[in-house]
Design a protein around this ligand. Structure first.
Ligand SMILES: Nc1nc(=O)c2c([nH]1)NC[C@@H]1CN(c3ccc(C(=O)N[C@@H](CCC(=O)O)C(=O)O)cc3)CN21
Ligand SMILES: CC(C)C(=O)C(=O)O
Ligand SMILES: [Mg+2]
Length: 269
């Protein structure tokens, strides 16, 4: 399994791949594809739980899915994405929530949407042996403040994002997600940091890339402008379920090969 140290050393080397997974089956496929890091994203809020955004996602929900992904993988670094208000309120509760992912669910690290209020937490977690991935730029848990628009487009905002990334590196983060920021800003942050940057909507100059697996598969109804579908799984699923319904309605399923007969029951009545 790649360790956090292996990932750290991939900065400036071969591109790091990170994909979300929310269940053991998907996690197994993600691992078979050779993905370096599986992220149990709070994007499960819209990707699997039917919410409009990530804010309602609970610690229990992320914990349950983290356990599933950890059981589905051997060789992939498992990172739990800490949901809205599971951290940042007080240090002790934050550490306990993060610790639960590692201690009870098999995560190797946690990811935290970063702000000035997460610098001390990042330091504490790193000291305690809980590796942290930072996350700057568009942080979807702040949707009520920023919406989902691109971030860091003016120099002042851009410098602020770069500063936050640097502060979290200093606090001990081993990687930093850059979301929905200009490619030329992401390139400069990648240059500036020693730890690897992992981009989503942040251009090609990051040390790695991450996407939501539903978006990769072509399963999402709506996707952010920076995502790309590499498959058409939504259509595949729809057509398989359609075919099943038609077969049942037409009496074509189940066929003899899907049924069995116990001879001694022939004349029960
Ligand atoms: N399936 C999925 N993929 C994701 O990448 C993702 C999630 N879900 N859920 C959590 C967040 C939300 N993300 C989003 C969602 C929408 C836009 C988006 O549509 N941005 C447009 C419109 C912005 C606006 O509303 O003003 C843009 O042009 O930036 C971007 C990122 C990224 N994350
Ligand atoms: C897209 C990644 C970075 C994320 O935070 C998520 O899936 O929740
Ligand atoms: Mg997230």
């Amino acid at each position: 399994m790649p360790t956090v140290q292996d990932i750290r050393q991939m900065a400036g080397d071969e591109p790091i791949t990170m994909v979300t997974a929310y269940d053991a089956v998907t996690a197994t496929l993600v691992e078979e594809a050779g993905v370096d890091i599986a992220l149990i994203g709070d994007s499960m809020g819209n990707a699997v739980l039917g919410y409009d955004d990530t804010l309602p996602v609970t610690v229990d929900e992320v914990a349950s899915r983290t356990g599933a992904v950890a059981r589905g993988t051997d060789d992939t670094l498992v990172v739990a994405d800490m949901p809205f208000l599971s951290f940042g309120t007080d240090l002790q509760t934050s550490v306990e929530n993060c610790g639960r992912m590692v201690k009870e669910e098999g995560a190797n690290a946690v990811k935290i949407e970063s702000g000035d209020h997460t610098i001390e937490l990042t330091e504490r977690l790193s000291d305690l042996g809980i590796p942290v991935v930072a996350h700057v730029g568009l942080t979807p848990q702040s949707v009520n403040q920023t919406g989902y628009t691109r971030q860091g487009s003016d120099p002042e905002q851009a410098r602020e994002i770069a500063r936050l990334a640097r502060e979290h590196e200093k606090a001990g983060a081993f990687a930093c997600i850059l979301e929905h920021i200009p490619a030329n800003l992401a390139a400069q942050i990648t240059d500036d940091l020693d730890i690897p940057t992992i981009g989503i909507g942040a251009g090609s100059e990051c040390d790695g890339q991450v996407l939501v697996v539903n978006d990769i598969l072509g399963l999402s109804e709506r996707t952010p402008p920076f995502a790309k579908a590499f498959g058409n799984v939504r259509e595949e699923m729809r057509s398989a379920i359609d075919d099943y319904v038609t077969a049942v309605e037409d009496g074509q399923f189940p066929a003899e090969e899907h049924s069995h007969v116990a001879e001694e029951l022939d004349e029960l009545y």
